[in-house]
Every structure is written in C-alpha cells, then in structure tokens.
Design a protein around this ligand. Structure first.
Ligand code: AHG
Ligand code: MN
Ligand code: MN
Length: 335
C-alpha cells in the first residue's frame, strides 16, 4: 500500500501549525469540488437565513462553515470564531490555537461563477474564548485565504513573507509557486464600490475624483477600475499585479466602520499584504496595529501598493478647503 500524498508540503510551514493548515487545505479541496459542480450539485447560492450581523446567509455560507468546523474538530484548535456564527465555538478543549474564519467570502458571486474564497487567521489560544481574538492584529501567527477561481489557490503568511500555492487538481495537492510574493508597485488600478460615491467622506471622494480625472487631473495619469465583489479576488489581483482596494466608512446606517470585519477579513488580509511589501490601513493607521472590542466589529479597509495607500492617508490629512476644492486645485499636487 502506498502512503497518501500530503495535501500540502510541510517545507515552509511552521511545524506547530502544519496539521491545521493541512486540515484547512483538505476541507477547501472538498469545497472546491462542490463549487465546481455549481447547479449540477446541491443548491449553493439560495438564501437560507441571516447571520448575527444581519447579512443574508447563503446555503454555501452555512455548508462551508460546518465543513471547516468539522474538519478542524480533531486538530489543535481550541477556539473557532466564524463570521457565520454569533459566538466562538470550542472545538478541542486541549487545543492551543484559536482560528477565525470567513468560510465563504464573496457570497454574492456564488451563483454567477465568479471567484470566491475562504479567509482565515490563526492566533495562540487564550484561556477565554473572546480574548483569543480581540487582540492586536500583529499577534496573528498566520493569515491566509483560499481562492476558488479558474485555479484554486492558497496564499498564506506565517510572518516571514507571503507564500503562494496553486492546487494541482489531478494530484489533489497545493504546490508552492512563489515563496516570496511581492506586490508590484507599477499598477494604476483602483477597486472600490463606486455606487456608494455619494455616501463617502470627502477625502475618499477627493482621492477617487483625482483618479477618475486621469491625465486631465492633478495626478496627470490615467487609472483603471475593477470591482469584483469578493475581497479574496481583489486581494489576489492586487497581490499579483498591484493596485489599491478601498472599503471605507460611509454615511449609510451600519457603514460607520465600512463593511468588512476586522477579525475574519481585515486582519488576515492586512497580514498578507504587509508581508508582501504592501500596506493596509483604515485610511490613516495600520490595520496591523488595530484591535477591536467586539468579535464581529467592522473596520474601514484600504490596502495595496504602499505608495498608493500612503497617498490615501495624505488626503485624510488635507485641510478641509483642499478636499473640497475642485481637482487640479489641490495644494498637495501643485508642487
Ligand atoms: P461576505 O460574502 O463574506 O459577506 O463578504 C463580502 C464582502 C467582500 O467580499 C466584498 O469586498 C464586499 O463584501 C462587497 O461589498 P458590496 O456588496 O458592498 O460591494
Ligand atoms: Mn467576506
Ligand atoms: Mn462570508
């Protein structure tokens, strides 16, 4: 009898985390198979209820959450915090780790055959459930995502650079394709849900106005826009070819801190981006220095190539009359 191939090589993975990463990979291979069958398999994209945040829950949100919780139950994970569950769940009372997960990111794209993902973050477990997660993002031991797209991929960091794997579907194994993913800084692409323009604060409007003005504006260069609606897909594009992503706070009720959740989405994405040489902020301050006081708390998220993220911060620092002025008149760019 031949030994079964591992689903991922242990080479670049800290020993203490390897079994958990292996479990995450195994479950995500099963999930990728379900997603690939789409309407040929079980119903995935229909609404089945609401989670504790009031977000609509799709069948695949619930199924993936159950699959990860089940797959990790026998691992070294004591605390399991899922975007889809109100409270932290205790999986293995003897476990030494705490795992936060957005089991299915980009739910609105399930039925339209567009890339979706799973985002995860690992901390060492504290004796109490919530305190294991309500801590500064730079205490993460690992942050990563699986992308279910034309290729299935894993992008993960353990604090020593960002690793990129691609699933070989025939072998059922994630293969390392880049052990030092680095964000290129020569892209002029921005990603934001522009339908919220009228709700944004002035610094965000001014930044986007100047991008849209292109060669006629103060930036004197043209920009391109992308918005997939799956954070994982936007992060993957930016890690691959650069650019900037913004989900800022806005004036809609419930969007005072943007839309994305710190524990399940912003912290792990920020960790990956910083380890790939980029930056991630709430507009001004680094996400990696943030903590939140509630498990499902949201935070504005701006990330991407370092120079572009820095530039957004300068718009937040501009005096009121500068962000109110018509483009072309901003003092920041007159020199
Ligand atoms: P989720 O499917 O886990 O709720 O996350 C969806 C998120 C994120 O993936 C995406 O960037 C954002 O919501 C899209 O928001 P809008 O629909 O407001 O554009
Ligand atoms: Mn999400
Ligand atoms: Mn989700």
């Amino acid at each position: 009898m031949t030994a079964k191939n591992p689903v991922i090589s242990s080479d670049k993975i800290p020993e203490a985390l390897y079994p958990v990463i292996e479990s995450l990979c195994s479950v995500s291979i099963d999930i990728a198979k379900i997603i690939a069958r789409g309407p040929l398999g079980q119903s995935l994209g229909h609404e089945v209820g609401e989670n504790s945040d009031g977000d609509g829950q799709k069948a695949l949100d619930v199924l993936t959450d159950e699959m990860f919780a089940e797959g990790l139950r026998t691992q070294d994970v004591r605390w399991y915090a899922s975007e889809e569950q109100e409270e932290v769940v205790e999986l293995n009372p003897k476990g030494s780790l705490a795992l936060a997960i957005d089991p299915l990111d980009g739910s609105s794209n399930i039925d339209v055959n567009v890339s979706i993902g799973t985002i995860f973050s690992i901390y060492d477990a504290k004796p109490e459930a919530n305190e294991s997660f309500l801590r500064i993002a730079n205490e993460q031991l690992a942050g990563g995502y699986v992308i279910y797209g034309p290729q299935v991929g894993l992008v993960v960091t353990f604090g020593a650079g960002t690793l990129q794997y691609v699933l070989d579907p025939d072998a059922g194994e994630f293969i390392l394709v880049n052990d030092a993913l680095t964000i290129p800084d020569n892209s002029n692409e921005f990603a934001i849900n522009a339908s919220n323009y009228r709700h944004w604060r002035k610094p965000v409007r001014a930044f986007i106005d100047d991008c849209v003005a292109g060669t006629d504006g103060p930036r004197e260069e043209n920009f391109n826009m992308r918005w997939v609606g799956s954070l994982v897909a936007e992060a993957h594009r930016i890690l691959t070819r650069g650019g900037i992503f913004l989900y800022p706070s806005d004036a809609r009720p419930g969007y005072e801190d943007g839309r994305l959740r710190m524990t399940y989405e912003c912290a792990p994405i920020a960790f990956l981006i910083e380890q790939a040489g980029g930056k991630a902020t709430d507009g001004s301050d680094p996400i990696m220095k943030h903590s939140v006081s509630k498990l499902h708390a949201r935070t504005p998220l701006i990330f991407g190539s370092a120079d572009k993220v820095d530039r957004v911060a300068t718009y937040h620092d501009l005096p009121e009359q500068e962000v109110s002025a018509l483009f072309g008149k901003r003092g920041l760019f007159r020199t």
